[in-house]
Design a protein around this ligand. Structure first.
Ligand code: NDP
Length: 336
């Protein structure tokens, strides 16, 4: 069984030395377990946190063990009631060829309903994050302006499309011209601004002539600063991710902005709320129902970026932290 293990806690960008590929023997199946052959591995920004020693909402991956992550795959052998050889499943199979799983991590998939890869993307955790954060915290109302960063990615592409379905003006922020074009042409965003352009702040202001009512925050950094200049009274900010800071090795330079920031929240009566998608599990049923029907009606599109081979997972993950992915990033570990 090939595995990518966490050998060191990375400093800055994770490297192949931090995450080497190793062979390991498969453990014997116990009652209540099954052996799953991973087909797709989901690569997600939260994994950078799991590689770190810093305390977070979930424990880090222990050094010397396989990197964890969501996977879809096929059951090879089963000692778990309700699951048989050949079944397609969503699990938490990690960065490896095969995984032993029990019922706590498994959901059966029906490949006739949707491509199995979508259980890791638009119909899975990233899609659910978009749904829960936008609808519960953002509370979008018709005619409001919604800005979303990392707009072309797994979460951002869904945020923008749901906001459009709710009748909002949607402005994306992304780091490449083709990403900006894609969200406008494929997902119907009203505009998208490249934060790497010199005149980014001016362009963002032009794209939001009525200010910003909801900012779905995925990145932090200069994008956040620019948005804060445009927030309206009673704006809502679902604080979903801060990817621009995940490889930071020290606190940002310059004067502490916290006091000015808190004054802005007060004066504009802004709601800002951090959230982790699993806190909203009670919405999962509604999500599956709504998202499936939107997709069947052709109202939600999605883009996946599939990299072939487990041996290429580390480079692909580096690409995610540098914006090289186009849509939901997946590694194809074996053929489906
Ligand atoms: P994406 O598919 O959006 O991929 C990550 C993207 O982030 C890159 O393509 C890049 O796009 C952007 N990015 C990378 N570095 C920077 C940077 N320095 N500054 C600005 N943008 C950068 O990933 P996901 O959709 O899976 O995740 C998006 C965000 O949502 C992440 O912050 C993630 O941690 C968070 N998240 C939070 C969850 C929760 O429960 N709170 C659950 C799932 C995700 P670009 O080219 O546009 O810069």
């Amino acid at each position: 069984n090939r595995q990518i293990i966490l050998a060191n806690h990375p400093v800055g960008m994770p490297t192949a030395e931090d995450l080497p590929l190793q062979e390991s023997a498969l453990p014997e199946l116990q009652d209540g377990q099954l052996l799953m052959k991973n087909i797709y591995l989901s690569l997600d920004p939260y994994m950078r946190g799991r590689m770190s020693k810093a305390k977070s909402y979930a424990a880090g991956v222990p050094l010397g063990t396989a990197m964890q992550g969501g996977t879809v795959g096929q059951v090879v052998s089963s000692k778990l009631d309700g699951f048989a050889e050949g079944d397609f499943v969503l699990g938490f199979g990690g960065w490896q060829d095969y995984a032993v799983q029990d019922k706590t991590t498994l959901r059966k998939l029906d490949p006739s309903q949707a491509p199995i890869s979508t259980a890791l993307g638009v119909l899975g955790m990233p899609g659910f994050t978009a749904y829960a954060g936008l609808l519960e915290i953002g509370q979008p109302k018709e005619g409001e302006t919604v800005v979303v960063s990392a707009a072309s990615g797994a979460v951002g592409q869904v945020v923008g499309q749901i906001a459009k379905l709710k009748g909002c003006r949607v402005v994306g922020v992304a780091g490449a011209e083709d990403k900006c074009r894609h969200v406008v042409e494929a997902y119907g965003f009203d505009a998208c601004v490249n934060y790497k352009d010199d005149d980014f702040e001016t362009r963002l202001a032009e794209a939001c002539p009525n200010g910003i009512d909801i900012y779905f925050e995925n990145v932090g950094g200069k994008v956040f600063d620019a948005v804060m200049k445009l927030v309206n009274d009673f704006a809502r900010i679902p604080l979903c991710g801060r990817i621009a800071h995940y490889n930071d090795t020290e606190a940002p330079q310059g004067p502490d902005q916290l006091s000015a920031f808190l004054t802005k929240l007060l004066v504009k009566r802004v709601l800002i709320k951090g959230f982790i998608q699993f806190d909203y599990a009670h919405l999962m049923k509604d999500f599956v129902k709504d998202m499936s029907s939107w997709m069947q009606a052709g109202k939600i599109q999605y883009q996946e970026d599939v990299v072939d081979g487990l041996e290429n997972a580390v480079e692909a993950f580096q690409g995610l932290l540098e914006g090289r992915n186009r849509g939901k990033l997946l590694v194809r570990i074996s053929e489906d």
